[in-house]
Design a protein around this ligand. Sequence first.
Ligand SMILES: Cc1ncc(COP(=O)(O)O)c(C=O)c1O
Length: 397
Amino acid sequence: MHYLDNAATSWPKPETVYETMDQGFRQFLSAKRGTSQTSRHGAATLDTARQALADLLNVSNPSRVVFTGGCTQSLNLAIQAFPWKPGDGIVISALEHNAMSRPVRKMVREKQLELHVVPYTDDEPFSLTAYEQLLRTKPNIRLVATMHASNVIGSILPVEEIGRLAKQYGKYYLLDAAQTAGALPVDAKRFNADLIALPAHKSLYGPPGVGALYVGEDVPLQTFMEGGTGGDSGELAVQLVVPDMFEVGTIPMPQIRAMAAGARWVMETGVDTIRRHETRLLQHLLDELKTLPEVIVYGHTDVEQKTPVVSFNLIGQSPKSVGELLFDRYDIALRAGFHCAPMAHQAIGTLPIGGTIRASLGYYTTIEDVDALLEALREITSATHRVGDKDPVITRF
Ligand SMILES: Cc1ncc(COP(=O)(O)O)c(C=O)c1O
């Protein structure tokens, strides 16, 4: 199989992640619970894991790294536990994933917030002029919440500028680093990010079911879920201490260890090395797609402004049927549809046509994988050129 769906989840994983996950599950390691030697060892393991994530994100105090059940959970915690007041404003980009957009819209409905969406164009996926105008004219804005890069078109948002302006105007900044943690430098200090949400299973090459939220020292987050922390068991109320107040219930130690192993692997391999490999393949893919007249590529085509995520369509063919054909006939695994981001499809105009076909590359993608896709697309598009083409698999719209 040619696996080109790394924006959904990276595959395969480094050996060290498989081994850590396996050992972590076999070995009894309870953190924050029990009096045994292993639970003490578990607490130390948890500290080491927090340190790995703090190093990755350039965070000075590792206890501000909270482990969660994934990026969606991190975003829900950040957005729903924010101390909203009726009439507060929130700013998001026009490309947000449902993991951001849906909890934001829920808070807008329930807390009577004012929602501002910063306009998108292909050349400027996040209009800094419109954004600054909002910050200048809407003093009720309290939180700016954006993704780092689009999971649909790969466009990288100007997060350093977004964070700098948020700080200048006294707003909190929540960054969704789902598509970038491990693939691009994600730096809490440089981006002036107060909150950073990330998953383990994408560019950190870790397992699913675990993620993290960095919570800056001055962010007054309330609890989102309540439960046992293992440290304040005699109390009726959870003690308001980070990270314990957010890590309620039995935490998934094997997954946390494997997430940290993925983060360490990324840092040892080098984010730059990973990026160089992916960018080289991305350039090749984009150059060759340009030579296929029936292919429309969406968003930036400058590799410096993109993660290795390419959304495209074949003129006159539904993305879903092409996606299925690519898998059934050519053994190429990628995504077709909306990729959980209807806002992005609204922005690029593909909402009415069933979305896009998305190819996304990773560190383990090879040139052969990319060429297999290109060859398949050449074959499919030349088949549709034939007069009286009878291929029943290709559905037109
Ligand atoms: C931009 C973005 N944000 C958030 C998420 C949610 O991540 P998860 O499904 O790992 O919780 C994704 C997943 O695809 C994403 O691409």
